[in-house]
Design a protein around this ligand. Structure first.
Ligand SMILES: Nc1nc2c(ncn2[C@@H]2O[C@H](COP(=O)(O)OP(=O)(O)O)[C@@H](O)[C@H]2O)c(=O)[nH]1
Ligand SMILES: [Mg+2]
Length: 249
């Protein structure tokens, strides 16, 4: 189903990696995430993209040693990741890893994602919580949603995907350049639709096992409450459009 050639990132043995951490009201959590990434991978640069937080997210991230850019107001998760991709494209980064600012994504899993892009020739490596062997189980309804969208993505791409809603991923430079500059990059939830579009644009998208933890206590997920209904509706629509588009990205 892939449409046309895509310039795959050449294998990189060394290179500059930017870890992009989208963060909205993550005071009390984001500092620890930054410190843990620095411990796990002392050579990477870390950029926290503060999505118009009303708390001390930006200050805490800066104090922990990250570079920080702040949206002037809340723009949504997808726009937040895209800001990171655009800045990585403007800078001289070979690989971008993006991971959440609430501590759910374990930095110990970064090497697997990096290796898939650097040595395995993938354009995009998505971290799966279901093949990573961790004890974490998403809530039942969420698991059901993930199962449905996994099936759709697997059918559309022609290989097995188990966790298309994962926000823990690595991208090679070619993918960073294309996605970071694309008006089609989803502003809210770049998930199953993004994988399908990237595949149809000729990119090699793979899944890699990662360790994911429970959502921290007291944290309100962007998928909570009525947002989950919007998510399901929007994602079906976005997948439909992704399958129709001749030239995504
Ligand atoms: N809730 C929310 N999170 C955002 C937003 N923009 C960026 N984020 C960040 O996106 C990441 C994922 O959000 P989260 O609510 O934990 O999603 P979940 O883990 O998939 O339920 C976190 O690092 C958030 O701080 C936003 O507009 N709302
Ligand atoms: Mg979370």
């Amino acid at each position: 189903m892939s449409a046309g050639p895509f310039p795959t990132s050449p294998p990189l043995k060394t290179g500059r990696t930017l870890v992009v951490i989208p963060a909205y009201d993550e005071e009390g959590r984001v500092g620890r995430v930054v410190r843990r990434v620095r411990e796990a991978a002392p050579c990477v640069e870390i950029l926290v993209v503060d999505d118009g937080s009303g708390d001390g997210t930006a200050r805490e991230a800066r104090e922990a040693g990250a570079r920080v850019v702040s949206h002037p107001f809340n723009m949504g998760y997808g726009e937040t990741v895209k800001t990171g991709l655009s800045l990585a494209a403007a800078g001289d980064f070979d690989i971008v890893v993006h991971m959440d600012g609430d501590g759910q994504h374990d930095p110990a899993s970064m090497p697997g994602l990096l290796a898939a892009v650097r040595d395995g020739g993938a354009d995009i490596a998505i971290g799966s919580r279901f093949t990573g062997g961790g004890a974490y189980r998403a809530p039942l309804l969420r698991r059901l949603g993930i199962l449905i969208f996994s099936r759709i993505v697997s059918l559309a791409v022609g290989s097995a995907f188990t966790d298309p809603t994962s926000g823990f991923a690595a991208l090679g430079r070619a993918a960073v350049l294309r996605l970071g500059a694309s008006p089609l990059y989803p502003a809210d939830f770049p998930d199953a639709d993004l994988i399908i579009m990237a595949h149809r644009a000729g990119m090699r998208v793979v899944e890699v096992p990662v360790l994911m933890h429970e959502s921290p206590p007291g944290k309100r997920s962007m998928h909570a409450g009525s947002a989950s209904l919007y998510y399901v509706f929007k994602m079906f629509l976005a997948i439909f459009l992704a399958l129709l588009r001749k030239n995504p990205f």
